[in-house]
Write a protein that binds this ligand. Structure first.
Ligand SMILES: [Zn+2]
Length: 98
């Protein structure tokens, strides 16, 4: 199952906050284990065909990565996790993607 292990950010249009715009996804044993990157539209398309994306939280549980809205400016679709509090972005805690 695809685990999101990294993210890339870029500055938002208002210049005041960062947006996660690419997710680094490890496809597990299916490939060599190399992470690939995808934008939110590509992830959404793949969820339509039944793929599920998740991150591992520090406590060892998994949280689904979903399309939502930026909590700051409302941009959508936007990478969120099902475990995010309203103004929280757990994806920002992941390391930067290559
Ligand atoms: Zn925003």
């Amino acid at each position: 199952m695809p685990e999101v292990t990294a993210r890339s950010t870029k500055l938002s249009d208002d210049g005041r906050h960062d947006h996660v715009y690419l997710a680094g996804v490890s496809m597990g044993h299916i490939t060599s284990g190399e992470a690939i990157t995808m934008d939110v539209d590509r992830m959404v398309t793949r969820t339509w065909i039944g793929e599920r994306f998740f991150i591992k939280l520090p406590d060892g549980t998994e949280a689904d990565v979903i399309a939502g809205k930026c909590p700051v400016c409302g941009l959508e679709p936007y990478f969120r996790t099902a475990a995010d509090a309203e103004n929280e972005q757990k994806l920002l805690e992941l390391p930067p993607a290559g």
